[in-house]
Design a binder for this molecule. Structure first.
Ligand code: TTP
Ligand code: MG
Length: 527
């Protein structure tokens, strides 16, 4: 029992919520002279001339009283997305608690997966099951019903799901004042197709018995999960082999069939048999992809922008700085809420003439980000900014050839932080930092002692006197607990290796490798 939710004219709804006097006016959200979305008043008034990504001049010509709102700052949309997800999770928690009480069972999860800013998938199966056993009757469909089903149980379950979804939508609207649509079915594919069937502020149940016929009649590229590159490869294959155009999803099924030979030849075209299997199933209306819970915090925080021209180092620096201003502010905010630090920095880029084909490179996050998270102040932000700037420009130089001596023209860059490690217990971390610092201090002392001993030994060798090891000489590694002999550099390499391997300490408990790795890095950067 899967539900797909999609916010109505999302950016426009968020902008109008902050400006209620515009409620009945035609509104478009503008980014770089393009209308990225419009409210439904504008869509009706302009009779379809204000499509997403229409140039502002064209939209204005179709609807002269159009109100233009700048949408270049994504912060309000990001925040609205968080409100929506919080509302969903609160509702789910209430339903799960109710089911557990009724069934006298332990808690369970209903996965909730975010897709972009304004779409969410939820797997409601477990709550629907509980409702079927203990909930109120009569059951009926809530919303528009599409297709048919031969299975009475499935029909009942979808009725219950639709009633629950209506309740959830009402809750989201009450909490956030944002309208939304829902699609309800037995797979992500069908739920996603259903969500667009009745818009705005409505819901559709897709009964799956005829799904193969319905999906077969759709252009393959309109299927969620059927990407642009897949379409190009198949078109190319059809042209080269004198096949008819693969206009509809059923054409792909007919050309390759649902047989193992078909699968092998499609796999050769698409580069993987597994992917070929997924594409054939999609074209046949089948999708068994699970809803994977996204967690409450973002997996990555990325700032990106596209532009027409960026062909000098001065303009590259300016573009990188714009992204970093945004990224550093968001990382600091994220720290305040989630108390976590990113460990990976990823820089993506595209060049003019390459369309949407870009590349990206990931490197370990500069250690100055640690201070950005745990300390406040302009100098900390400046240090983090400067370290990120150096790292980003280095990636662009080394991997993209963006350097003063070279010719280039960038059209898009993205700078992202990911691979977060949680730091729930700051006091514990301070203690860990002290342990490491003390360890290195004592090792430093050992090195001095060893040098002194060496000198002494050289003198004493003369007198044939044996020198015993000092206490400090046997300081154990703070990660694995082993006594490692050698000079400071060798011991450092050992500790670093332990941290990276996530070595177990003496108690057998795994250490928090990532945070420690950063700590070692920061220790050395301070030296
Ligand atoms: P959509 O869900 O595609 O559109 P929408 O929510 O505005 O309208 P609908 O009622 O049809 O669902 O996209 C969500 C937001 O993403 C949209 O409000 C603006 C933004 N967006 C872009 O920034 N660029 C784009 O090319 C598109 C399609 C959307
Ligand atoms: Mg939407």
């Amino acid at each position: 029992m899967i539900v797909a939710l999609d916010l109505d004219c999302f950016y426009a709804s968020v902008a109008i919520r902050a400006r209620p006097h515009l409620k009945d006016k035609p509104v478009v959200i503008v980014q770089k002279h393009l209308c990225v979305t419009s409210n439904y008043v504008a869509r009706q008034r302009a009779h379809g001339a204000v499509q997403k990504m229409t140039p502002v001049s064209k939209a204005k010509a179709a609807c002269p009283d159009l109100v233009l709102i700048d949408g270049s700052d994504l912060t309000p949309f990001r925040e609205a997305n968080q409100q929506v997800v919080a509302s969903i999770r609160e509702w789910l928690a209430e339903k799960i608690a109710l089911a557990c009480t009724r069934e006298s069972t332990g808690s369970f999860q209903c996965p909730c997966q975010k897709l972009g800013f304004d779409e969410v998938f939820i797997d409601l199966s477990r709550i629907v099951q509980s409702e079927m056993e203990f909930g109120k009757r009569p059951w009926r469909f809530e919303g528009h019903v599409f297709g048919r089903t031969d299975d009475d149980d499935e029909r009942r379950l979808l009725m219950i799901a639709s009633q629950l979804v209506k309740e959830l939508r009402d809750r989201i609207i009450a909490d956030t004042k944002l309208g939304l649509c829902a699609g309800i079915s037995t797979s992500k594919l069908l739920a996603k197709l259903a969500v667009n069937m009745h818009k705005p502020n409505d819901q559709t149940i897709f009964l799956p018995s005829d799904a193969a016929r319905y999906v077969g009649a759709l252009p393959p590229r309109s299927l969620p999960g059927f990407g642009h590159a897949t379409g190009m490869k198949l078109e190319d294959w059809a042209n080269r082999n004198g096949r008819n155009e693969l206009k509809f999803a059923r054409d792909i099924v007919q050309n390759f069939g649902m047989t193992s030979e078909g699968l092998v030849s499609l796999g050769k075209i698409l580069g993987s048999k597994d992917y070929a299997r997924k594409i054939l199933a999609l074209c046949h209306g089948e999708d068994d992809a699970p809803v994977v819970d996204s967690g409450t915090a973002y997996k990555s925080i990325t700032s990106m922008d596209s532009f027409r021209k960026c062909d000098t180092m001065e303009s590259v620096r300016a573009r990188v700085n714009e992204r970093l201003d945004d990224l550093v502010t968001r990382l600091r905010k994220d720290w305040e809420v989630n108390k976590r630090r990113p460990r990976t920095l990823t820089v993506g880029y595209r060049f003019k003439g390459n369309g949407f084909h870009g590349s990206a490179r990931a490197v370990p996050m500069p250690c100055e980000i640690v201070s950005l998270c745990s300390k406040n102040g302009a100098h900390v932000k400046k240090a983090a900014f400067s370290a990120l700037q150096t790292a980003s420009l280095r990636i662009l130089a080394e991997h993209a050839g963006v350097a003063a001596s070279k010719q280039f023209d960038l059209t898009w860059i993205s700078i992202g932080a990911s691979n977060f490690s949680k730091c729930a217990d700051l006091e514990k971390e301070k203690q860990d930092n002290l342990t490491l610092a003390n360890f290195f201090e004592s090792r430093s002392q050992v090195d001095q002692d060893q040098r002194a001993q060496h000198r002494k030994r050289k003198t004493q060798e003369h007198d044939n006197v044996q020198v015993s090891k000092t206490e400090a000489d046997t300081t154990p590694c703070p990660v694995c607990g082993e006594v490692t002999l050698g000079n400071l550099r060798e011991i450092t390499a050992h500790v670093d290796l332990c941290l990276r391997r996530g070595a177990k300490n003496k108690t057998g408990k795994k250490r928090r490798t990532s945070a420690n790795t950063l700590r070692v890095d920061s220790f050395f950067s301070k030296q």
